[in-house]
Design a protein around this ligand. Structure first.
Ligand SMILES: Cc1cc2nc3c(=O)[nH]c(=O)nc-3n(C[C@H](O)[C@H](O)[C@H](O)COP(=O)(O)OP(=O)(O)OC[C@H]3O[C@@H](n4cnc5c(N)ncnc54)[C@H](O)[C@@H]3O)c2cc1C
Length: 240
């Protein structure tokens, strides 16, 4: 296997045109490749500046999870910190988690941040939504978002080898006229659902609206966690 390390977007495009398989930390692909054989050509984005930056409102796809710190919103930092073990987090990347993994602990966080994805197409880099990136398994270069007023993340404890633990991510955003909206994303099993509601009337008003959405159809235990997370995020914002 030849591993290419493009240092510019145009070089990455060349690699893509030659059929290079994207690779992050190889925490998922290594075992499969050892079993089924290695691809002829792979490409890592770890030397591409656009894919390695961590900033308050953006993050590259080649960023290793353990580099995600308090430069980014709480929800993203805590999501990254909840993935696997320290050894996995020192190797696994944002792109591998969002595009390659079935658990995708980063996805609920990215959804509540209303993150947009920058992907590399055959002739240019362009912005799209997360659903398209995952459905089409685009080559992800990075994510971009606006800093929320507040955000939170909760992952329930999980038994090893058991079903994926419940994840609830929340973020409150302000629009240009001072109105606030609450985004909630829930991973229940392997499914991730997300909803938005206004929250100027406080936690009870927001929860009432959410009850009428798919969140209201979650099992009672999951709805209790959503209630707690919504109260936790909106409580301190009341009156501010
Ligand atoms: C012990 C263990 C525990 C784990 N626990 C969790 C957990 O709690 N939560 C969780 O969410 N995940 C968990 N995982 C999965 C983990 O998230 C993935 O292993 C990791 O994120 C994959 O990242 P990687 O960079 O190593 O991807 P790789 O193995 O390098 O690649 C995986 C796939 O993603 C593709 N890919 C990589 N980068 C890009 C890109 N930029 N654009 C498009 N496609 C790309 C590759 O082509 C490949 O198909 C765990 C894994 C292990 C081994």
């Amino acid at each position: 296997m030849l591993l290419r390390l493009p240092t510019s977007v145009s070089e990455a495009q060349e690699c893509m045109a030659q059929g290079a398989v994207p690779i992050g930390g190889a925490t998922l692909v290594w075992a499969t490749w050892q079993r089924d054989g290695f691809p002829e050509l792979a490409m890592s984005l770890r030397d591409l500046p656009e894919a390695t930056a961590v900033e308050p409102e953006s993050m590259g796809a080649a960023v290793v999870l353990h580099r995600i710190d308090d430069r980014v919103p709480t929800v993203l930092r805590e999501a990254a910190g909840s993935v696997g073990t320290g050894a996995v987090r020192r190797t696994a990347t944002v792109g591998g988690n969002l595009v390659g993994s079935s658990l995708r602990c980063l996805l609920p966080a990215a959804l509540v941040l209303e993150a947009r994805a920058t992907v590399l197409g055959p002739d240019r880099a362009y912005e799209t939504d997360l659903a398209e990136v995952m459905a089409k398994r685009h080559l992800l270069l990075g994510l971009r978002w606006h800093t929320p007023l507040a955000s939170g993340y909760r992952k329930q404890p999980a038994a090893a080898g058991g079903p994926p633990p419940l994840v609830v991510a929340t973020a409150v955003h302000a629009d240009g006229e001072g109105r606030r909206r609450l985004r909630v994303a829930v991973r229940d099993g392997y499914e991730v659902l997300s909803e938005t509601t206004t929250c100027d009337a406080g936690a009870e008003g927001a929860l009432g609206t959410l009850e009428g959405t798919d969140i209201g159809a979650l099992p009672p235990g999951a709805r209790d966690v959503v209630r707690e997370q919504v109260a936790d995020i909106l409580g301190p914002l009341a009156g501010r």
